[in-house]
Design a protein. Structure first.
Length: 77
């Protein structure tokens, strides 16, 4: 177990899968950048992963909102 990362409290086998999920970018990736554990290409990869999740979640939200708006019925005057 590596004590230098917030996700290190979880089992080693889970850490790779957890780092790929969107919420890792909320605490783990910024903390690792701040403490100097990610630099150069690794930092850009971490930020790229965050950007990927932001774009994916925004696209999903846009599709879901469009679907809801098509089915929306407004009552009243």
């Amino acid at each position: 177990m590596r004590p230098d990362r917030p996700l290190s409290l979880l089992p080693d086998a889970w850490q790779t899968a957890l780092l790929l999920q969107p919420l890792a970018g909320v605490m783990d990736i910024p903390a690792r950048i701040y403490f100097g554990q990610l630099g150069g290409a690794q930092m850009l990869a971490g930020l790229g992963l965050q950007f990927f999740w932001i774009a994916l979640l925004l696209a999903f939200g846009h599709v879901a909102m469009g679907r809801t708006m098509r089915r929306l019925e407004v009552q009243g005057g």
